[in-house]
Write a protein that binds this ligand. Structure first.
Ligand SMILES: [Zn+2]
Length: 302
């Protein structure tokens, strides 16, 4: 069986970001004149993509005169080309819809482009003095000309955890405001001063009133909607009584594998989107894919 985390979207490639080029203040100007440089349109959680059959690839283009007045960011090397993101436009195709059709390298660069676009768009001013900041370091810094301070793109770490009880049942919860039939594993942002394992234990205790032990790292996934890093864990509950907090969590329950398969088949629960680490955490516990009824039937027959 393919390991559930082997092909986790946005996590499959170590990107060649060519970070050494960022220190050159003329890097972007040099790249604007480089006929071999390629540009990826990014904006609004979307990127330029061309579909072909069942697959998709990034639709990159040469540098155009119109790029002169736009914010560009150096994403790194993609095949033989240096790849730039043109920020602040309309990327075209929502990345969430096509991420699993792109190669791991292309998905990684696309996630980087979307995350950088989100950050530049929402951080136009200096947090110290309020002055308008300027793009620097080939798109990886915003510099304040007023007080000289540099500001770096932020990534917010979040934990996401598959919690099982003593009978190996899986905990799924419905977030407040979620539609009926949507449940997932618990997740939450890491707070200042907290370890990842500490955040797992706190979130589970706050949201459903259960203590956990054996918090074990499984995999992580950049999630640029708008700018998170999802760090996936398994954990074991020391008690089974669930008390949903009522504010963040509307409902929570334990599922056996047979109960979960039944809930999917009867349409009581929606199958999770395969692109996210939450789906992979559930599949790892389940012992097989959740995407097709025939697969669930096969697992149930075991
Ligand atoms: Zn400033």
């Amino acid at each position: 069986m393919v390991h559930p985390f082997d092909e986790l979207v946005f996590s499959g490639a170590v990107l060649d970001r060519q970070a050494h080029l960022r220190a050159d203040p003329d890097a972007l100007e040099t790249l604007r004149r480089d006929p071999a440089a390629r540009v990826l349109e990014a904006g609004g959680m979307a990127v330029a993509v061309e579909r072909s059959g069942d697959g998709a690839r990034l639709a990159t283009r040469p540098v155009e005169p119109g790029d002169a007045g736009r914010d560009l960011a150096l994403l790194g090397r993609l095949g033989p080309h240096l790849l730039l993101a043109a920020l602040g436009g309309d990327g075209g195709t929502p990345l969430r819809q096509v991420a699993d059709l792109l190669s791991p390298q292309e998905a990684g660069h696309a996630a980087t482009a979307v995350a950088l676009d989100n950050w530049h768009r929402t951080h136009p001013r200096c947090p110290r003095c309020g002055a308008q900041t300027e793009l620097a370091q080939a798109g990886w810094v915003r510099h304040c000309p007023q007080d000289g301070s540099d500001h770096h793109p932020r990534t917010d770490p979040a934990v996401i955890m598959a919690v099982v009880d003593a009978d190996d049942r899986l905990l799924l919860a419905q977030g407040a405001g979620w539609p009926q039939g949507r449940m997932s594993v618990l997740a939450g942002f890491v707070e200042p001063g907290e370890t990842l394992a500490g955040a797992v234990a706190r979130e589970v205790r706050e949201e459903v009133g259960v203590d956990v032990v054996d918090v074990t790292y499984q995999a992580d996934q950049p999630w640029p909607f708008p700018g998170s890093l999802m760090v996936g864990f398994t954990a074991r509950a020391t008690s089974a009584e669930l008390t949903p907090d009522g504010s963040e969590i509307a409902d929570a329950r334990w599922f056996t594998r047979a109960e979960l398969a039944d809930a999917f088949e009867r349409g009581e629960l929606r199958r999770p989107a395969p692109v996210s680490i939450s789906a992979r955490l559930i599949e790892q516990w389940f012992g097989g894919p959740l995407t097709r009824p025939s697969d669930i039937g096969a697992v149930r027959a075991l």
